[in-house]
Design a protein around this ligand. Structure first.
Ligand SMILES: [Zn+2]
Length: 295
């Protein structure tokens, strides 16, 4: 092939690639990047994320735990939120994660560089963290790769993370990602002790296949079992305060509006937690029925 048509062809391919990527970047929800005033949830638990991409700070006398580093652009925003609450960014000792997609872990490498926090990630997601999610099982590529980040400790279902008297438990609630993690902890506010659940992810992306059918393999072996086991596990978790990796999971903005008048009890919502589990499991069951019907 002459050189010139080859260049034209290469440019056409490049244009097609850019067209396929650029709209995606433009699709980043403004709620993901718009700053949220940080706030105290209860006990030693604080919200330091954006309007929808949740990040949590757990403070202890031995340093702090950050849950979720979010987008590549999020760490400066999270740092500012931590400092606005009066805590030191450099006191971040441990970084945890809800799920190894770019909207929750792309900022991980920068957080680790700046704070020297140890990143701890569930098996299944740890590989994604270390390769920047380039091997994810979503075939459409609508998940953006990110800067790989070293995982200091690979977690398994039921493992605990302890720092300065606070204990967090990692529950493997996979399907959305192979190591999607629901975090639980107890917080103490006055004489009250509250069980906190931070949901990791509940949804099968549109390109996922849950059922293994001839010629249409499941997105990964066992994905449907992972989703169903995850829902069963989550139904057993004691839940007072209901939170999640996205503010939308637990209706954060609506609850925030009530917080001035009602205090931290707005976050106590076991019924909302069960409602989300019911709706999410129903959506998975409907997807399964659709796939079995040939959709
Ligand atoms: Zn995700």
């Amino acid at each position: 092939m002459p050189a010139r048509p080859m260049i034209v062809r290469a440019l056409t391919l490049l244009a097609a690639f850019l067209l396929s990527v650029v709209p995606l970047r433009a699709q980043l929800s403004p709620e993901w990047t718009t700053a949220q005033k940080p706030f105290h949830i209860a006990g030693n638990l604080y919200y330091v994320g954006s309007r929808d991409l949740a990040a949590y700070l757990v403070t202890t006398p031995s340093g702090n735990i950050l849950i979720n580093a979010n987008l590549a652009t999020s760490p400066p925003q999270i740092k500012a939120a931590v400092e606005e609450l009066g805590f030191k960014w450099a006191d971040t000792r441990i970084l945890l994660n809800s799920q190894a997609h770019y909207d929750h872990l792309a900022g991980g490498a920068q957080v680790v560089r700046e704070t020297h926090a140890k990143l701890m990630v569930m098996a299944g997601d740890a590989e994604n963290a270390e390769n920047g999610d380039t091997h994810d099982f979503d075939p459409t590529g609508d998940l953006l790769p990110y800067e790989p980040v070293h995982v200091s400790r690979v977690l398994h279902d039921g493992d605990t993370v302890k720092l300065g008297g606070t204990v967090l438990t990692a529950h493997r609630t996979a399907g959305h990602t192979k190591g999607c993690t629901t975090w639980t902890l107890q917080v103490h506010e006055g004489a009250k002790t509250w069980n906190v659940v931070i949901g990791g992810g509940f949804v099968a992306l549109s390109a996922y296949r849950l059922v293994d059918l001839p010629g249409k393999p499941a997105s990964y072996p066992g994905i449907l079992k992972d989703f169903k086991d995850g829902f069963a596990l989550q139904r057993k978790l004691p839940c007072d305060i209901f939170l999640g990796a996205h503010g939308a999971y637990f209706d954060m903005q609506a609850k925030l509006k009530r917080m001035d008048a009602e205090g931290p009890s707005v976050w106590v919502d076991p019924a909302g937690y069960l409602k989300l589990l019911d709706a999410s499991e129903k959506a998975i069951d409907e997807r399964v029925a659709g796939e079995r019907a040939g959709k």
